[in-house]
Design a protein around this ligand. Structure first.
Ligand SMILES: Cc1cc2nc3c(=O)[nH]c(=O)nc-3n(C[C@H](O)[C@H](O)[C@H](O)COP(=O)(O)OP(=O)(O)OC[C@H]3O[C@@H](n4cnc5c(N)ncnc54)[C@H](O)[C@@H]3O)c2cc1C
Length: 505
């Protein structure tokens, strides 16, 4: 048992502490839907923890020459590098259940990474890799009782062009990498909602997908190769459009979730920026109708997000009670779309025109508002946590023929949980990505419960099990991390273990 000393205070919600402290009409609507705030249970998003005594790892890092010039033992930094932004972690932290904290944070420069991995192996020190810290699957929490150091990738941020291929440092944030491409009139075409904070190496490692994947593809379509630094050596793909050399560094890095090596460089396709972006919004009669209609399209707009009726109600409540909302509601009632489902569309081509025959076109404002607020929307979740509510998201990939049954299955499972546990909550969904073969369904749910961790764990398990029972995947783009790895079959897990680097947790 280690003795404890200084206490530290850390903000554990998404983004900066100051940026979420505003009132929002959608938050009030959501609170009303789940039975109001939990009185006396408000939380400011900070947690207090006691800094552990220096463990043996620190002595080893100090004396063992890891080859890294910059090392921090700051307790707040060590803490923040040991947790991600998953709701399970936030729920546990809100109940003061503190995870294992890294003993030190190493900030290797590009020329130090290989030596550091080699030294950590020789010293027998375990490590986890930190990109932008936006993991929502527990990917940064190795679990309590483990001694480890955190490798912060933030100094790995070079950017260069090799013809039309961008070679980007694995620790560069999406925002910084895209800004570099933009200076050349180009785009990397990858825009996850966490774009401001998540990193290029994190995207590859968690097999991420951006909000404009219909146009540019998912991360595996954009990444041509990588440089992967392992404790037994470095594997470097050639900077070429493709290579046929057996297993590549790229194939080992995609979906590796920090276990197969440090992704120090990523070679990415670039695209010209589209000359024009068109904005449109539609209302489908129902979610079933939307799924059925879209399953018949051959191509899709760059962005197409269809909300179910509850999420639509919320989106419209954000428009306040103004004239626009009243006119819109009247028009939808007249056309028989009163319980309809909104779709926001951004397109640089003409695919969106196919939707005209299948849904009612309304003003383009909702699509423009969605784009303007796309990176701020997660901050709404902070307000809900602050109110004492539990909020989480789970997403899955499913073929068109099974999509509606999966949607219904998850909703019915959720209703069962509420009635068996005697708690209030809501679940809503949107279709966030489309393929000719199927789509991604993204569920957001909220629980009004005092047993946060217990009920969240139960809800997550029942929802993911429902995905699998209804023909969906464990995840479409969040990855599995430590929280969903139990749903992966043992043969698959054994194979993943074979590729894992012994230094990495
Ligand atoms: C508000 C919010 C919105 C989100 N929106 C999206 C979205 O639209 N699309 C999407 O796909 N995901 C989304 N996510 C999930 C998350 O942003 C992605 O999984 C992202 O790819 C993680 O990148 P990161 O740099 O933050 O990685 P981290 O959270 O730091 O790490 C994630 C995993 O990758 C490993 N890792 C990180 N960097 C490296 C590296 N250089 N080399 C090797 N391993 C590494 C870590 O060890 C860990 O296992 C969202 C998350 C939040 C909180």
């Amino acid at each position: 048992m280690m003795e404890t000393r200084r206490a530290s205070r850390v903000f554990v919600l998404y983004g900066e502490p100051v940026s979420y402290d505003t009132e929002s009409s959608s938050v009030s609507s959501l609170e009303r839907m789940v039975g109001g705030r939990i009185k006396g249970d408000a939380w400011d998003g900070y947690i207090d923890f006691s800094e552990p005594e220096d463990p043996d790892t620190v002595k080893m890092v100090n004396s063992g020459n890891t080859g890294v010039g910059e090392i921090s033992y700051d307790p707040g930094l060590r803490f923040s590098r040991s947790v991600g932004k998953s709701s399970m972690e936030i729920a546990m932290l809100s109940e003061n259940r503190i995870p294992g904290i890294a003993d030190a944070v190493l900030f290797p420069r590009e020329n130090e990474v290989a030596g550091m991995m080699h030294s950590l192996r020789n010293l027998g020190i375990k490590a986890s890799i930190y990109g932008g810290g936006t993991s929502v699957t527990g990917g940064l929490s190795p679990g309590s009782g483990q001694h480890f150091v955190s490798i912060d990738a933030s100094h790995l941020k070079s950017f260069s062009m090799h013809g039309r291929i961008a070679v980007v440092g694995g620790g560069m944030t999406g925002f910084d990498a895209e800004s570099e491409a933009e200076k050349l009139g180009l785009t990397l075409g990858f825009f996850p909602e966490s774009f401001m904070h998540s990193t290029v190496g994190g995207w590859v490692s968690s097999m991420a997908s951006g909000q404009e994947s219909n146009r540019y593809g998912d991360i595996e379509d954009i990444v041509l190769g990588v440089e992967l630094v392992r404790s037994d050596g470095t594997i470097t793909d050639p900077v070429t459009p493709r290579s046929s050399t057996g297993i590549t560094a790229r194939s080992i890095a995609l979906g590796s979730e920090g276990r197969n090596g440090i992704i120090s460089k990523v070679y990415m396709k670039t695209s010209s920026k589209p000359a024009r972006r068109k904005y449109a919004s539609f209302i489908f009669r129902s979610f079933r109708d939307a799924i059925d209609s879209l399953s018949r399209l051959e191509s899709f707009p760059d962005v197409l997000r269809v909300s179910d009726s509850l999420e639509t109600e919320l989106a419209l409540s954000e428009a306040g009670n103004g004239l626009l909302k009243r006119v819109l509601e009247r028009y939808l009632n007249l056309r028989g779309f009163s319980k309809g489902c909104i779709a926001v569309v951004i397109d640089s081509g003409d695919s969106y025109r196919q939707i005209d025959d299948r849904a009612a076109r309304i003003v383009s404002a909702p699509a423009k508002i969605w784009e303007r607020t796309r990176y701020e929307r997660p901050l709404i979740a902070n307000l809900l946590w602050k109110s004492g509510l539990v909020v989480d998201t789970l997403e899955t990939s499913v073929s068109w023929d099974k999509a509606y049954d999966l949607y219904e299955g998850v909703n019915s499972e959720f209703r069962d949980i509420l009635s068996s546990e005697g708690i209030r909550g809501i679940i809503m969904s949107h279709m966030s990505h489309q393929y000719r073969e199927g789509c991604c369904l993204y569920f957001t749910f909220m629980l009004n419960t005092a047993k946060r961790t217990e009920h969240l764990k139960l809800a997550r398990d029942r929802i993911v099990s429902s995905f699998l029972r209804n023909g969906g995947s464990i995840s479409h783009h969040h990855g599995i991390g430590t929280q969903l790895s139990g749903y992966v079959d043992s043969t698959h897990r054994n194979l993943m273990n074979i590729l894992a680097d012994p230094v990495l947790l």
